[in-house]
Design a protein around this ligand. Structure first.
Ligand SMILES: *Cc1c(COP(=O)(O)O)cnc(C)c1O
Length: 398
């Protein structure tokens, strides 16, 4: 007998899944033997460096790592995080209470609303954005209030446009620079404006910074905590996932105000039991070599970026070459929306990209290319795009 499962309201309140049609097209193309080039995945294709794997193996041989870890992370791991923040960002953190380990930064981002949001409270969420900010707010019973990220504002929210009535009832402001998906970066002036607003309305700023090390040319991505006063009102989430090609390892961290971290830890102690200590020892090794690894990765992404950007430019697409992250955020050509253009790229070129609308309604009109395939594959993608959407093809549309 079939029974009807009734999910909790918080599940039905989650936004609908938009990519069913694209998934279908992708599966069909695979079945037909199409040589798909998948540029939709925000997950480095470059392997984790060998010495990090060795550190895991060594640590796993020690039975002391086989027991329950502490909730907030081993002190040596928290010290390594503090050391890295001091070295690479000039931010001083007390490893005792201004750093906690996370099971990937996604875990901390998803749990933070449970510490600060009561039913009916607002959470300020950029749009387009990494979907976890919006969805975790809903799971915690909060109301996401979206802040449009518009091209004409360099994809930063206009903080002056948020009504005071909303601000008074807002508990958290999520931000993410360098930004996924728009690739925009932020500067000290913007972060200072954020600190002033958060102080005035008593809002917890959660800055998500997993792309802090994936920056090109003369760009330097700031830590939010570099700004005066930020450490009193905010947290920064960061991760080894993108910096050291460790998405599968599930290790990240939150740093910042100790009383805010204590709230997050209160939630976590009732949900998870920490991170395998051998993974934390590998994380310590990763933090020791993070700057070198990031430099090598950035060289690789930069070459891919340049190939893709040259190709897209040649085919007449509108976009800004990214100064950071491993994405390119591209305006869809006239006559398409983000989903129909992604479908066209898939069916005509065998290229998979992410439709911008999947990141929120203000992502409409864009698609996201991820630079997570080898440069030869990106060259091949560019050739296919040129053939299908180049000038000759455009002339036909006129
Ligand atoms: C990849 C990504 C994360 C998740 O990182 P993990 O540490 O692997 O959980 C968080 N935020 C953004 C914006 C990301 O792109």
């Amino acid at each position: 007998m079939r029974r009807d499962v009734v999910y909790a309201d918080r599940i039905s309140q989650l936004p609908p899944y938009l990519f069913a049609r694209i998934d279908e097209l992708k599966a069909e193309a695979r079945k037909r033997g199409v040589d798909l080039i998948d540029l939709s995945i925000g997950d480095p294709d470059i392997p984790t460096p060998r010495s990090i794997i060795d550190a895991l193996y060594e640590a796993a041989k020690n039975p002391s790592t086989h027991r329950y870890p502490t909730y907030d992370g081993m002190l040596p791991f928290r010290e390594a995080v503090a050391g890295w923040y001091a070295r690479s960002k000039g931010v001083k953190l007390n490893p005792e209470d201004e750093v906690i380990a996370l099971i990937g930064s996604k875990e901390g981002i998803a749990h933070i609303p449970f510490a600060f949001v009561n039913p009916g409270d607002y959470v300020l969420v950029p749009d387009p954005a990494y979907p976890v900010y919006f969805n975790a707010t809903i799971l915690a019973g909060g109301i996401p209030r979206t802040l449009p990220l518009l091209d004409e504002n360099e994809f930063r929210p206009d903080l002056t446009a948020i009504e005071p009535e909303i601000l008074k009832r807002s508990k958290i402001l999520f931000l993410n620079y360098p930004n996924n998906p728009t690739t925009a970066t932020a500067d000290g002036d913007f972060f200072r404006e954020v600190v002033d607003l958060a102080r005035e309305y008593d809002i917890v700023v959660c800055h998500d910074n997993p792309y802090s090390e994936i920056v090109f040319d003369d760009t330097r991505a700031m830590s939010f905590l570099e700004v005066d006063g930020a450490i009193e009102i905010g947290l920064e989430f960061n991760s080894l996932s993108k910096t050291c090609n460790m998405t599968g390892w599930r290790i990240g961290f939150a740093v910042g105000a100790s009383d805010l971290l204590a709230g997050l830890l209160k939630v976590k102690t009732n949900i998870d039991s920490g991170i395998f200590e051998a993974v934390q020892w590998a994380g310590i090794r990763a933090l020791e070599i993070a700057d070198e690894v990031a430099r090598a990765n950035t060289q690789i992404y930069k070459e891919r970026r340049d190939v893709l950007c040259r190709g897209l430019e040649g085919a007449g697409f509108e976009f800004k070459p990214p100064a950071a992250t491993f994405y390119v955020w591209v305006r869809v050509p006239g006559g398409y929306d983000s989903i129909s253009f992604a479908e066209a790229l898939l069916s005509r070129c065998g290229i998979v990209v992410t439709p911008g609308v999947g990141f929120g309604q203000h992502g409409e009109g864009f698609v996201r290319f991820a630079l997570t395939e080898p440069v030869e594959r990106i060259e091949e993608a560019v050739e296919r795009i040129e053939e299908a959407f180049g000038e000759a093809e455009k002339a036909k549309d006129l």
